[in-house]
Ligand binder design. Structure first.
Ligand code: CA
Length: 230
């Protein structure tokens, strides 16, 4: 697996490159935002937010525009990032410096596992036909979503979230279960992240009724097979 490491501090980057290469990863190391945007993102990006030339959040967003590969953001506490905003920019996970090497590798594996499942052309058991959820169609094979036939662009996380809810339309899924399945068992961030992703999904789907909040419990897809009632 090829990793693009974006880190301007050699005292952090050098041991990371060594350590990750020992784990069998192929590393490309760049030290500026401009170089990051010109580099081949490989299979995963590790992105330091405090870069000398460009705002790391801008780099994150631009990387996400050009690639679907997972992005793990690494940030110093002093960067005072808005974590929720960061996930909205398309980061798949993040780590606060200082972090342990083993923790980093565990996160990378978790993110890679989810993304490998997502990138597999047709993982066993997935239906070929797109699902229809009211006005929304969801194609698991191509990871494309459309509303009334018009394609909408979801972040990888938003797609995962919708796909997870769509596994059992109508069923109530608890917040804990969604966080565990769509993010990670070891996710330690605020569960607000879930609400933020739900809010942006609803906005993109132009259908606030599809995803129903079950107060105090979680969410469900409100799919009425008889057609919408007014
Ligand atoms: Ca830095």
């Amino acid at each position: 697996m090829r990793i693009l490491l974006v880190e301007d501090d050699p005292s952090i980057a050098e041991p990371l490159v060594d350590g990750l290469e020992r784990q069998g990863y192929e590393l490309t190391w760049v030290a500026t935002g401009a170089d990051a945007l010109n580099a081949d993102p490989g299979d995963m990006v590790l992105l330091d937010l405090g870069l000398p030339d460009l705002d790391g959040q801008v780099v994150c967003r631009k990387l996400r525009e050009k690639t679907e590969v997972p992005i793990i953001v690494v940030t110093a506490r002093s960067d005072e990032i808005d974590r929720v905003a960061l996930l909205e920019l398309g980061a798949d996970d993040y780590l606060i410096k200082p972090f342990g090497f083993r923790e980093l590798v565990a996160r990378m594996r978790a993110v890679a596992r989810r993304s490998a499942l997502a990138l597999e052309p047709n993982p066993a058991g997935l239906p070929d036909a797109p699902m229809t959820l009211g006005d929304v169609t969801l194609d698991r094979r191509t990871r494309k979503v459309a509303v009334s036939g018009i394609p909408v662009s979801l972040t990888p996380k938003e797609f995962d979230l919708l796909e997870f809810l769509a596994q059992d339309p109508g069923a109530v899924l608890t917040r804990e279960r969604i966080i565990e399945e769509v993010w990670d068992k070891h996710w330690w961030g605020s569960t607000k992240t879930l609400d933020v992703h739900i809010a942006s999904l609803r906005k993109k789907l132009a259908d606030t009724d599809l995803i129903e909040t079950v107060r105090g419990v979680g969410y469900r897809l409100a799919v009425d097979e008889e057609g919408p009632e007014t």
